[in-house]
Design a protein around this ligand. Sequence first.
Ligand code: KIV
Length: 285
Amino acid sequence: MSDRKKVTLLTLFKKVEDGVPITMLTCYDYPTAHFQEQAEVDMILVGDSLGMTMLGYDSTLPVTMNDMIRHTQAVRRGSPNAWLIGDMPYMSYQPSVETAIRSAGRFMAEASCDAIKLEGGAEIVPQIKGILAAGIPVMGHLGLTPQSVSALGGFRVQGKGAVQAKKIMDDAKALEEAGVFAILFEMIPDRLSTLITDRMETCFNISLGSGPDAHGQLLIYHDMFGLYPKFKPRMAKVYADAGKLITDGLKEYVDEVKNKTFPQPENWFGISDEEYDELMKLIKG
Ligand code: KIV
């Protein structure tokens, strides 16, 4: 049993104040959440990327609130102490402020989240204010926002041109003024991230592929361990090839069953001679 204390907003802002980088990872299931709890990851995001990493869709758009709630509940069971963020899926907040508050409320009431995350800039400030007014901490998400991948022209770096970079800075200011506690910047240039970090007053910056000058870093768990077969984003560091390890183990199992070297006596259970003899008598009648 770990004696780890629950991560709170106070813990996170203390790290920002002390210049200690915040760690954040995605997570979608109970065993992985358990491992992340042991590693003392500060913030866990149950991302709607689970549509791709866990459910095999080509984008995050088909993911539903019910999918998100089910996975988030499992993650909370595995990690009682991380600051847990539920990612609002496509169309769970865009249609109206009321829809947004109800969806955010489900993450808190049904999955014991600490906060929610949603994608978008100034256009979603009304939803952010509504959710905050319901007492729910909000994280923003700017730069590459996968729910708008079609409008953004694919999974590519955002803010490389000065005009688009200025728009991202303006959106960041709008979200900060609305009251978010943090903003995730996905795939924006490093110097744009630095400019934004330097200007932040009341919230903090988490970088996903946006350089080192942020208050914390996020990686997608499946990218870190070679667990997503379709592609590996350039920004992801692979810490171990668990995908290969698992595939090798599976092939070994198939071979061993075929050549009858599995199972071995330690893999099965016996019955005593006495009980076996008794059974034979019963069968014979
Ligand atoms: O869904 C997710 O995992 C995300 C990350 C890409 C930041 O939103």
